[in-house]
Design a protein around this ligand. Sequence first.
Ligand code: FAD
Ligand code: SF4
Length: 488
Amino acid sequence: MADPKGFLTHDRELPARRPVDVRIRDWREVYEDFPKPALTKQAARCMDCGIPFCHNGCPLGNLIPEWNDLVYRDDWREAIERLHATNNFPEFTGRLCPAPCEAACVLGINSDPVAIKRVEVEIIDRAFSEGWVTPQPPEAKTGKRVAVVGSGPAGLAAAQQLTRAGHDVVVFERADRIGGLLRYGIPEFKMEKRHVDRRLEQMEAEGTEFRTGVNVGADVTVAELREEFDAIVLAGGATAWRDLAVPGRDLKGVYQAMEYLPPANRDMAASPISAEGRHVVVIGGGDTGADCIGTAIRQGAASVTQLEIMPQPPAARPDSQPWPTYPMLFKMESAHEELEAGAGDRVYAVSTTEFLGDEDGNVRALRLVEVEGPANGFRQVPGSEREIPAELVTLAMGFVGPEKGPLLTGLAALASRDFFDPRGNVARGTSYETAVDGVFAAGDMGRGQSLIVWAIAEGRSAAAAVDEYLTGRTALPVAIPPTARSLV
Ligand SMILES: Cc1cc2nc3c(=O)[nH]c(=O)nc-3n(C[C@H](O)[C@H](O)[C@H](O)COP(=O)(O)OP(=O)(O)OC[C@H]3O[C@@H](n4cnc5c(N)ncnc54)[C@H](O)[C@@H]3O)c2cc1C
Ligand code: SF4
């Protein structure tokens, strides 16, 4: 245990965010550096619980009390070893994870939880800067070839594990660059892309091959893929977006979030869809919506309004969401802070009924109505209709599952049983195997829209299943079964 009295003598503390008026003028990450003595105090707060619920909160089973103790003792080299033992990419989760481990931290029962995520990111950042993150190529090759379709966190985790196990791994990605949503969904101000690039350098040096601009199913057929490879891991994500079928949906200026964010991530200075000088409305109160807000503000929007159909969540855990579940609380992400500093507002319990256009077919306004909440079936409040200016609208209402393109329909045609589960995701058995022999599925494609930490956990676990399928045994770790779900 780091410090037996640490949790009594130190409060939870996180690094400050850069001032709003400074950070919205650039795209860099929003957080200031965290001084080492402050981090040591945070690590010291860990109680090294007999039953560390943080382990269970984290799908990766991160060895959190161990690395808290090592950081407290200034043994950073060993800390990164313990962190990498369960997580291929702590630089992604340390920046982007909503931290179910912290929601499950025992200290959170009657105090603020340990700042686990901050300790995690400091360990990996230090490891990179010290040169401790080096390629780990396999000692022996198996001669087996594995195709990984999709280069998001699930595909990358599976590819790294399988490469290190000695297989020849090729990652196919239809986009022009590797990274999945880490590259083109999540904005630079949440995670600078250099973190993705330096991890890819390590993976390439280990022997993983990347092929971009290849839409598997179209550019390479399912039959060709099966011919060339001994096993296939499907990690194509859940990219089919939820739409809003209201009058005016086809007006110019109404975009899906994933039509708006990727060009902004590709060219921050001159995205072809810019919010500059426009009144922006973001429909959807989740993380994707927050990413649209921060992006629009940096592009110089005249105003930004975020609409959410659900009522405003509570600030503290309600009785219905007790520890150690992950509570749905009112969040103040960096983008919300920027919004409330003057750019606009968040509006809860409203539903969009229509988009209104000008004579050129451009959206100019949005009509909304107040609603009474899920318990009342979102009944509209009579007389509450109103119009707000809307010259650019982004729909951030989530994703309904994987796209049923030629890849999945082609495989479904070969399947011996149902290829899709009742929710439309790729169905898996207990070892991530699909209904087609030698084809496995990991991440959002099998789980549905989820989180980076779950994608990494699934990629690692599916890699173990593939390794066993190819060689008859495996020493790769299994983080979770495909049926594991978060504590809610
Ligand atoms: C805007 C946005 C912000 C988010 N922010 C967060 C966050 O802050 N924290 C968090 O934990 N989670 C966040 N998420 C969710 C998280 O990004 C996903 O859960 C995670 O990326 C899923 O990983 P994946 O590897 O399964 O799929 P993805 O990351 O979706 O990657 C799938 C890849 O497969 C490729 N692909 C698909 N089909 C084919 C094909 N036929 N051929 C070749 N390539 C193909 C796609 O182009 C894509 O690059 C966010 C999601 C969005 C949309
Ligand atoms: S639950 Fe919290 S206090 Fe307990 S070991 Fe995990 S991080 Fe430390």
